[in-house]
Design a binder for this molecule. Sequence first.
Ligand SMILES: Nc1ncnc2c1ncn2[C@@H]1O[C@H](COP(=O)(O)OP(=O)(O)OP(=O)(O)O)[C@@H](O)[C@H]1O
Length: 298
Amino acid sequence: MENSAVLFHEVSKRFGATRALDHTSFTVGRGETVALLGHNGAGKSTAVDLMLGLRRPDEGDITILGTSPSRAVASGRVGALLQTGGLPDGATIRDIVRLACGLYGGKRHVGEVLELAGLTELAGRQATELSGGQAQRVRFAIAVSGRPDLLFLDEPTVALDVEARREFWAVVRGAAKGGASVVFATHYLEEADQFADRVVVLSHGRVVADATPSAIKAMAGGRTVRCVLAAPDPQRLLALPGVVDVTIHGNDVLLRTDDTDRTVEMLYTSIGGVRDLEVTGAGLEEALISLSSRKDQS
Ligand SMILES: Nc1ncnc2c1ncn2[C@@H]1O[C@H](COP(=O)(O)OP(=O)(O)OP(=O)(O)O)[C@@H](O)[C@H]1O
């Protein structure tokens, strides 16, 4: 029974002395959109390559749509947009999409795929005449031309500006409405927050969190207090009520606290000389740093 699109169980992969993945486990449910989130070198691309059968794990089991990665890919039920991948010169976008649709046995019509990827108006252009965001939508069109049940996107918006990223994700959302599962690797925290049902946070090849974006933010907990002090003393600041972490750059102080009211009160009464105080909720960036460092220390 195929309850899960991806079962990634206790998977390890080394490159020489580097452990790219270290007993990594996560699942992706049918119809779910899951972000693999982590800093450079966290192991995201390695995980994607293994799920596509492009590499083999040293240890562990990977099941994709109820079978092995290579069988799942061979069945045509998996689509992928990888980090590298040129587009042919001299052909129009319509020609490129027609080729992709043909290779997948005509599971989707050319016009449908162009529409899905927001390329209808650009169908007569050549790849060299497109912006980075538009070219990425062509790669996306190729990835979905076989009507995949599972779609992998490896850092799909890495070179795109904010507007192109927004347009790209609007296209992905539309395409995923058909019930496909989507796994995307990203180090853009706001992307994971906005577009994923669930986020698997990787750090040094290990899963440090696996939860909804809001649960991950809650896990890191607390809020951030920023201020400027004449002579910040890390020991005194760490001793303030609620403070769990202190970062100091020159006179700029950043405190992570689980009791904002008392921290701020004591900052004014026992430390004094506080300027430019600002309190913010913990964002995904703080959550990621906190989760990664917590696990690294364990
Ligand atoms: N072919 C390879 N040979 C040697 N080391 C590799 C190879 N591929 C990946 N690594 C190493 O494995 C670790 C994980 O790399 P990976 O590319 O999976 O990370 P990532 O999270 O995708 O990073 P990025 O966001 O930079 O793409 C890194 O330390 C990387 O240097």
